[in-house]
Design a protein around this ligand. Sequence first.
Ligand code: OAD
Length: 236
Amino acid sequence: MSNASTIVILTGAGISAESGVATFRAADGLWEGHRIEDVAAPEGFARNPALVHQFYNLRRGGLKTVQPNAAHEALARLQRDFPGEVVLITQNVDDLHERGGSSSVIHMHGELHKVRCTACTVVREWETDLDETMACEGCHTVGTLRPDIVWFGEVPYEMDTIESALTRAKLFVAIGTSGHVYPAAGFVRIAQMSGAVTVEVNNAETEVSFAFNKRMTGPATEQVPKLVDWMLSGKS
Ligand code: OAD
């Protein structure tokens, strides 16, 4: 990796698993007890906003009880110490990258700590519980605030920035993501077509493992610090 290189990192639920945040598709996954269509789709929100608010209120509240782990911290170290460009993209809606020390994070699926008004489209920071009786501070409409989470059928955030970063990447790393959900699952292909070396870090084989040049198998808290040491060592 030269000083002018671009590294693109994509993270998923697996990087936060050892912090105690449940992944989506594990047996004890986030969706347990709820159909995805009920809690992660605009139609579900229209049908039962109280249920959806309660679901995300629990997740938002739960962030207070978890801490960033060695993998989040290693990526912050990479962003700080790598002389080239490090673009960190996460599918996670938690704030553990930021609390682990990362300053620039693309939350392509939104953030638990933000709400959006469906009437005036303004996005605001939000720390507490949200419900359908609340009014938007901007346009004063009642019942139009929703979690700023990208639900199924909606377009992820910052896709232009992401695609442009993928096309200049020399190295693309996917950490703790199952490769089930597009467009993120297709990033490895875009990076590879642009000439990047691709590395997957996961504690299990995924839907898209075959597409990577190299795989590091094991828990993110062990593998990511090792990988960061290598990226900062300047050795190929
Ligand atoms: P998943 O729950 O689908 O996958 C988590 C991945 O992390 C799996 O491949 C696990 O093998 C791996 N994993 C678990 N623990 C790990 C550990 N300690 N170290 C390394 N790997 C580990 O989560 P995502 O791929 O992030 O979208 O899911 C993608 C999207 O699907 C989410 O952002 C969410 C969901 O629907 C929205 O909410 C829009």
